[in-house]
Design a protein around this ligand. Structure first.
Ligand SMILES: [Zn+2]
Length: 258
């Protein structure tokens, strides 16, 4: 979950599903044979699993102010959880780990903003800078949302042009379209019924997007406060399918130049 300043935006889920169906050519999910080629050899992919497992124990750390490229904001939050208590930080980290393994099998070098779920931090600005400094060719921030309990679905948050990210607006939008298509075809999660339009929202208030110097999106993978989404998001099978969909979108983006 990321801080929302503008309130819940209503969007048509039917339009979102249709938009996903008419997206780019279907992407094949990778097979896991040992002799498989490594299509992503030479590429660097950044992964930022949102929040951290012990952020809750460091309120002063979380409330320190960091510059997000446009304004000052809190270092981070604890994130949300399902009504049953399954935390967003654990969901994000597990999906990130599945994705890391898929990408490394493809031959990619992976830069992670955190490598376990037992600590606190880093702050959101440090996460963005770490992925930039790692010379990522593409990057993804992984979150789960804490929306209204009646709302469902995933939303892909894309950067709005500012000074630092001005060269990656078009490329991030292209990645976002691939990712939407891959998640719609690779999982049963629909696009969000309450955030953005057809599963896409543009955000100017997030360090992870404002400070990015590589193509990057943030995905709210579903609404953890919705019972149906929560059932899916706490399942290892869904987490693996979701990671596989992310891998397919990243691979498609990197191996099909615009
Ligand atoms: Zn979050």
């Amino acid at each position: 979950m990321v801080w929302v300043k503008v309130g819940w935006l209503r969007a048509g889920v039917v339009a979102g599903v249709i938009a996903g169906l008419v997206g780019p050519t279907p992407m094949r999910l990778a097979s896991a044979t040992p002799s498989a080629p490594q299509p992503l050899a030479g590429f660097v992919v950044g992964i930022d699993p949102g929040h951290n497992g012990r952020n809750w124990a460091y309120p002063n750390y979380l409330h320190q102010q960091v510059w997000n490229g446009r304004e000052w904001e809190d270092c981070d939050t604890t994130g949300t959880s399902t009504n049953g208590g399954y935390p967003e930080h654990r969901f994000a980290f597990r999906v990130a780990e599945y994705l890391r393994r898929d990408l490394q099998r493809d031959g990619a070098t992976v830069v992670m903003t955190r490598t376990n779920n037992q600590g606190h931090g880093p702050c959101v600005d440090r996460r963005a800078k770490k992925l930039n400094a790692g010379h990522s060719d593409i990057a993804i921030d992984i979150h789960g949302d804490g929306g209204p309990s009646s709302g469902r679905g995933f939303a892909i948050l894309e950067p709005v042009r500012d000074r630092q990210n001005r060269h990656v607006i078009t490329s991030s939008a292209r990645f976002g379209r691939f990712l939407r298509h891959a998640v719609l075809t690779g999982t049963r999660m629909p696009t969000s019924t309450y955030d953005g339009q057809d599963g896409i929202a543009h955000r100017s208030d997030l360090a992870g997007l404002n400070l990015a110097t590589e193509p990057k999106v943030l995905i709210e993978c579903g609404n953890m406060r919705n019972a149906t989404d929560a059932r899916m998001m706490t399942s290892a099978a869904f987490q693996r399918r979701l990671a596989r969909s992310m891998e397919a979108a990243i691979r498609w983006y990197l191996t099909h130049p615009a």
